[in-house]
Design a protein around this ligand. Structure first.
Ligand SMILES: Cc1ncc(COP(=O)(O)O)c(C=O)c1O
Length: 312
């Protein structure tokens, strides 16, 4: 999409974009709407400036529009107009959902109805792969009420520190003043080099290669998962075979503990108990591992802990 030059400003990554936009717009006591599971870095910045965060309900596709409509109506009845809606519509962090087109339209309609700006963080939008496609950005659908934030940190390199804000020219002009006070300007050398990189088509070529690598990695991960599952079934089968002496259907019978028609000897019973304990060992070890190692928490743990910390 073509955008007028006055509507664009370069920043040192989307983190700085979030920082600047919130510094410009958020005053102590303002309400900011964030997705219920949300990028912590953004929430921390909003809160640092004294914002009160309200969680928008999510499902597998992203923001639940009906719930948001009810929430906005409830806020309005209390005389509260949120400063903006912060959302990550494409590859949401941390849920990875992609907001479908109809919800994007509905979200824009709601924002217009309530006169609230949308702040969309699209830093992951260039990272689509495995044939997945995303609808146009919220900004592309309605430039008038959206502040768009992009970054090359996720697709190219975080160390590049290069991102961009696209918004109405009047807001960009204010942001330029703020940027001058904060860092004067981003590194012109990097901007210039990257502009060449883009103009020569290397960014597109790089992205195509990246997508191919990720697709391959996903295939390997899938195969590794299938192998692991097969190994686990075999492992259990071996133990149950050992417990009862005969393979095959017995496995299912023992696993379901349907022994009524049998009369096991003491030795068989002992073997069955040992087999049950041993067959549960990998799951048990995995559970203990997940429980005690913070870095290996499950996604669900991560999300719920993030959530609990975020809106307290
Ligand atoms: C949703 C989101 N926005 C912004 C950032 C900041 O990224 P950067 O400043 O490297 O562009 C991150 C980093 O993880 C993120 O997940």
């Amino acid at each position: 999409m073509d955008v007028p030059i006055d509507d664009v400003m370069i920043v040192t990554g989307s983190g700085q974009g979030i920082d600047m936009i919130s510094k410009l717009l958020v005053n102590p006591g303002d309400t900011v709407l964030c997705e219920e599971f949300c990028y912590q870095g953004a929430m921390r910045r909003f809160r640092q400036l004294g914002a009160k965060l309200e969680a928008m309900k999510l499902d597998g596709d992203g923001i639940v529009i009906d719930a948001l409509a009810a929430q906005l109506a409830a806020l309005k009845s209390k005389g509260i107009t949120p400063k903006f809606i912060y959302t990550i519509p494409t590859i949401q962090n941390p849920t990875a959902s992609i907001l479908p087109l109809d919800r994007r339209h509905a979200l824009l309609k709601l924002a217009r109805q309530h006169n609230i700006a949308i702040f969309e963080d699209e830093c992951y939008a260039d990272l689509l792969w495995q044939g997945v496609e995303a609808p146009p950005s919220l900004y592309a659908l309605d430039p008038g009420c959206v502040i768009h934030l992009g970054s090359f940190s996720k697709s190219l390199a975080p160390a590049l520190r290069l991102g961009y804000i696209v918004a109405p020219a009047a807001l960009i002009a204010e942001l330029r003043v703020l940027r001058r006070l904060m860092i004067r300007h981003p590194t012109a050398f990097i901007e210039r080099s990257f502009a060449q990189f883009l103009a020569l088509g290397y960014y597109d070529a790089f992205n195509r290669r990246l997508v191919a690598v990720y697709t391959l990695a996903a295939a390997y991960a899938g195969a590794a998962g299938a192998l692991l599952a097969a190994f686990f079934v075999l492992y259990q089968w071996l133990f149950f075979t050992y417990a009862d002496g005969t393979p095959g259907m017995r496995y299912a019978k023992i696993a379901l503990c349907t022994f009524e028609d049998e009369n096991p000897t003491r030795q068989q019973m002992r073997r069955r108990i040992v087999a049950l304990l041993l067959s549960a060992l990998p799951v048990g070890l995995g559970f203990v591992w997940a429980l005690f190692d913070d870095d290996r928490m499950t996604w669900h743990d991560r999300i719920s802990r993030t959530y609990q910390r975020s809106y307290r």
